[in-house]
Design a protein around this ligand. Structure first.
Ligand SMILES: [Zn+2]
Length: 221
């Protein structure tokens, strides 16, 4: 106790403690704290700037995507309109061969047929491309009278038959008018290369192909 008292006495008896000359501790501590705050503030500002930049990038990206979507939608609409225009303009009925001129007419009496001629003949060379007169579903068959025959059934049910072909180009599927479906020949009950065309509305009895073609604005003669 005596020591403490002596020290206490001694301390109080001496001069008041004074700050040492030179840089004080306290301002340095304040500066350091201020620096730390500045650093924090600065980091906060950087973070804010980063976030702002990222937000802007997201906005830009979103705008780019929306712009791209608008561009794609416009392109799709343009293509759809163009396809519709082409579809409206394309012929829905096409002559089965490009060469003009017909041979044996529908209803003619000939030695080759058991009854009257049930189709219209097109005298064309061997392997002449034969086209579908209408859009429709194709079926290729073999028949001892018709030889290689392709039948096309149009959406309205009208069947067109292409007979005595050298070969069918396609055996099944859907075609548009003008598509090459086979090549003319002389298969089956035939005396020489030609295309024999028959028309069967609704798959029923044959009608005159020439009158039918003409009713659709086509004249093969
Ligand atoms: Zn014929």
């Amino acid at each position: 106790m005596a020591g403490i008292a002596a020290a206490s006495v001694g301390f109080s008896g001496g001069k008041e403690p004074q700050a040492a000359p030179g840089p004080s501790v306290e301002p340095a501590a304040v500066n350091s704290e201020f620096d730390a705050q500045l650093t924090t503030l600065s980091r906060g500002a950087d973070d804010f700037a980063d976030r702002a930049t990222r937000t802007q990038e997201r906005v830009d990206l979103q705008q780019q995507r929306q712009e791209e979507q608008r561009r794609r939608a416009a392109e799709a609409a343009r293509k759809k309109a163009e396809a519709a225009r082409r579809e409206a303009l394309r012929p829905k009925f096409v002559l089965p061969v490009t060469q003009k001129g017909v041979g044996e007419l529908f209803g003619a009496i000939g030695s080759m047929w058991s009854s009257r001629h049930t189709g219209l003949d097109f005298p064309v060379p061997m392997n002449t491309p034969v086209m579908a007169v209408t859009d429709g579903t194709v079926v290729a068959k073999w028949n001892s009278s018709y030889g290689n025959i392709v039948e096309v059934t149009a959406p309205d049910g009208t069947q067109t038959w292409y007979a005595h072909l050298a070969s069918a180009r396609i055996r099944s599927g859907y075609v548009k008018a003008g598509a090459v479906i086979g090549y003319a020949g002389s298969s089956g009950n035939s005396s020489g290369p030609h295309l024999h065309l028959e028309v069967h509305p609704g798959g029923g009895p044959a009608i005159d192909p020439l009158a039918w073609l003409r009713s659709h604005g086509l004249d093969p003669t």
